[in-house]
Every structure is written in C-alpha cells, then in structure tokens.
Design a protein around this ligand. Structure first.
Ligand SMILES: Nc1ccn([C@@H]2O[C@H](COP(=O)(O)OP(=O)(O)OP(=O)(O)O)[C@@H](O)[C@H]2O)c(=O)n1
Ligand SMILES: O=C(CO)[C@H](O)[C@H](O)COP(=O)(O)O
Length: 447
C-alpha cells in the first residue's frame, strides 16, 4: 500500500512522547534485529544541503525552490523529516541570496526545528558548513552536537521514517550507512577516444542514494581532513568516511521513491506521486439520512468506480462531529452531496472546518459541491441563480488553497439515464480529485 502523505504536524511524537530521540520501544519495534534492546537511543540531527543551482533542471529557479502543487519542493522534504520527531535538529544549507526566501518558506509552511546555515560552492562544502553548525565548538550556537547525523538532499522529498531509522540504526553500529538502489542502466567506462573501454557488471553494483547517516565524529573528522580536491569534486560522503575514517559504510536497500529530483520531468513525477497520495481518501458529506435517496446511489457508483480509494460518508457538518476525525486523518478530498438544498450553507460550514484544521496549508484540498438537477423540485432558473454564486465563493476560498467546484447531476425519471448520469458524475468527481486542477475552480460542471 502507498504510504500516507506526510502529516501537517508531526504526529509520531504523540506515540513517542516528549523525548525528541527515538525511544527504545519504537526503535526496537521497527528494528528489533538490528539494535539490541535496552541500548540508549542516539541523539540525531539532520543536515540538508540545499545550496545548489539546479543546472540540469534548466530553469532559472533552483530546483529545491521550484513549486510542486504551488509549494516549494524543499518544503516537502522538510515536512518528511520534521514529522520524524526523534530528529532533534534539521540544519539546512542555503545560499545567501536565497536565505530570505527560505525563511519565508519556513514561516509560511510552519516548519519546525530548522536552522539555516550558508551553503558552500559545492555540495560537500554545503554539508561541511551544516556539520560545523552542529559541532560542539561553535560559539553562541543553539544547536548541540548529535551522536548521529543524517545527511539528506533537499531535493529528495519522499524519504520515509523507516529508511531513516534503518540508516541511523546502522550508522550507530557501523559508523556510517547509506541507502542504495539497484542500477537502472548499466554503467560503462569510455576510453579517451569516446569508445567503450569496459562495462561494469550491473548486478554487482548499486546506485548510491540518500539518506545517509554517520556517527557525527566520524563524518565531521573526515570533512576536517579532506582535501580541496575532495571538497570540490567529490560526490560521495560515504567515500569520505571510508577514506579518512576507515569506516566501511553499511548499505541499506531504499525504496524507489528516494530518487533525486534532477531534471524537469522529475518535478512532474513528484507532482503525480503527491497527487496520488493525497487522493486516496474521499469523504462524502450527505445532507440526507434517507437511505433511498439518489445521493446514496452516487456513493455506491463512486465506490465502484474508485475501488482502490477509501470512500467514507458523513452527515452534514452541524450534526456530523466526526468530520473533525476525518480531517485529523488528513483527508484532502470532500464531496458535499446536496439533496435537500441548492444553497451554500453546508459548503461554508465545511470550508470553515477545513480552515480550522489547517489541512490546506500544505496541500490543496478539493471540495466538490454536488446538486441533483431535478426539474420538478425548484424552478430551474431560480436554482441556477443560486448556484452561480459558487464562482465568487470559490475565488475567495481558493486563496486558502481550497479548490471548490460545483457539479450538477441530471436526475431524470428514466432509470437507465439516471444510472448514466451517476456514472458520469462519478467520473468527473474522480478526475477533479485526482488532477486538483486550479483552473477548474468555481466551475459548474454537468453530468
Ligand atoms: N553548492 C551546492 C550544490 C548542491 N547542493 C545541494 O546538494 C543536493 C544534491 O545536488 P544536485 O542534485 O547536484 O543539485 P544541484 O547542484 O542544484 O544540481 P545540478 O548539478 O543540476 O546543478 C541538492 O539539494 C543541492 O541543492 C548544495 O547544497 N550546495
Ligand atoms: O547520491 C548522492 C550521493 O551518493 C548525492 O545525491 C549526489 O552525490 C549528489 O551529487 P550530484 O551533484 O553529483 O548529483
């Protein structure tokens, strides 16, 4: 199953308690075999190099600041790390010219436990600056030296707690550890004339990915000893630990999502992954308890059409207190089925609750207001006049990252035609949720 998207606020702390280090129970539960029970949990910090210019991306904005669903990429990586409450400090290396932008990102998305340092001209120099900030000998530093330090690229947003735990646990035991993946292509070595010299046996090699973790003293001493050449041209921190600390890093199998956003296409891939993750749960808010009403048939058709998605239904906001519960489970998609009314009262209540929940700070929340087009109940022109107000209201709530659209479902007497309308309605709902297209905000679609 796909992992859930990162929570807006760190949730794991609740189960770990106030202590900011991994408790013995958590570590042991996850890695009983790797870490003998009863040993003290290490103090852990993370360094994120974020000072590159993203040349290979080919856009003027450094890739870590490129928007993905209108939020800078680096914010996703920070979110992924800060929800791991046993990581005490997160040190981010950014260039002087991006320092203010970075501070704004931290404030806007309410990131926590972040300290900023000036980046260097190469990735190794940026990491070294981050490590220096964590070292004991820094005057006036609020940071304390950790036992283990994680190094993770700011442009790898999908890092999960389990792999962080694995590299930290292995670093404590071996001194250094890093995530690896099987090679996608074979690595070959060309000769000076541009011809094949030899090729490496693919099965015997691995791609080195991030995160990596080190005993702090091991990697800090390695950086202190390393040459200008290493700092200028090196690409591998594990190699520095080997060369200067004689530490053979433990290699840990990582997930495919650990890849580094490097080219423009990677931004599209990242966006697709995020959209898919936040579209796995849909909440239907019904304004009728009547089991025979067509609203419930829409729910059935939707469940059939989206059989991999969790669909839950609730009564309206004023009676259904458990909507709070759904929001706390990070549900980012709501379908309000208005059977009894053609006004926006219920939508307004739902939007207010969403705002209070802070859900839309991190991800766009989709709200679809569904109305049944039953010519008999209210004169059509009067109903339309009411519904057209959605445009203005949707514009207003878009500012809060809530994407509101209306959907009219044709409700004829003929059973077959009704079934077709419901199916079309379900397809439109599924598309709006999956695509989260802000261009459709305020539109009244017809099924
Ligand atoms: N002087 C540098 C160069 C790179 N990085 C960071 O190191 C990570 C991985 O590097 P890479 O993918 O090479 O990033 P860029 O150098 O920005 O990309 P490119 O090589 O395409 O220019 C990124 O988070 C990048 O911001 C850094 O902190 N300081
Ligand atoms: O994978 C890595 C280390 O093993 C790093 O992400 C990689 O070294 C970044 O370097 P580059 O700038 O060359 O992409």
């Amino acid at each position: 199953m796909e992992p859930r998207p990162a929570a807006p606020r760190p949730r794991l702390c609740d189960s770990l308690g106030a202590d900011q280090t991994p408790s013995a129970s958590t570590l042991n539960a996850a890695r009983a075999e790797a870490r003998p029970a009863g040993r003290r949990a290490p103090a852990v910090a993370a360094v994120l190099p974020a000072g590159g210019s993203g040349e290979r991306m080919g856009v003027p904005t450094p890739k870590q600041f490129c928007p993905v669903l209108e939020r800078p990429l680096i914010s996703y990586t920070l979110q992924a790390l800060e929800r791991v409450c046993w990581i005490k400090d997160i040190v981010v290396a950014v260039t002087g010219e991006n320092m203010e932008a970075m501070k704004c990102i931290i404030q806007k998305y309410q990131h926590q436990r972040i300290s900023l340092v000036e980046a260097g001209v190469t990735r190794h120099r940026s990491i070294f600056n981050g490590l220096k900030a964590l070292a004991e000998d820094q005057p006036d530093s609020k940071l304390s030296k950790p036992e283990v330090v994680i190094i993770h690229d700011a442009v790898r947003p999908f890092v999960e707690e389990d792999v962080l735990l694995k590299v930290v646990t292995a670093a404590k035991e071996y001194g250094a550890a890093g995530a690896i993946r099987p090679l996608v292509s074979t690595v070959i070595s060309p000769s000076a004339d541009g011809c094949l010299d030899h090729s490496l046996e693919r099965a015997r090699h691995r791609a080195s990915e991030m995160p990596q973790a080190f005993l702090f003293d091991v990697i800090y001493e390695a950086y202190q000893q390393c040459s200008d050449y290493d700092l200028e041209f090196g690409t591998e921190c594990l190699q520095l630990a080997l060369k200067y600390g004689h530490i053979k890093a433990k290699l840990v199998e990582g997930s495919p999502d650990l890849w580094k956003v490097t080219y423009k296409r990677d931004l599209y891939a990242a966006e697709s992954i995020i959209k898919e993750r936040i579209s796995q749960h849909i909440c239907l808010v019904m304004d009728t308890k009547d089991e025979n009403h067509v609203g419930h048939r829409l729910e059935e058709v939707l469940k059939d059409a989206l059989n991999h998605v969790k669909v839950t239904s609730r009564l309206p906001c004023h009676t259904g207190r458990d909507l709070d519960q759904i929001m706390s489970e990070q549900c980012y998609s709501y379908v309000c089925v208005n059977v009894m009314t053609s006004d926006f009262e219920e939508i307004r209540k739902l939007v207010d609750m969403l705002e209070e929940s802070n859900l839309s700070i991190l991800y766009p929340v989709v709200v679809i207001s569904v109305y049944f087009l039953d010519y008999k109940s209210v004169p059509f022109d009067q109903k339309m006049e009411n519904l057209m107000q959605i445009r203005e209201y949707a514009k207003e709530v878009k500012k809060r990252n809530i994407l509101l659209c209306g959907l009219l479902i044709y409700y004829p007497q003929d059973e077959q035609k009704l079934q077709e309308s419901l199916r079309q309605g379900a397809t439109i709902i599924a598309t709006l949720i999956k695509e989260r297209n802000s261009g459709l905000v305020g539109q009244l679609l017809v099924a």
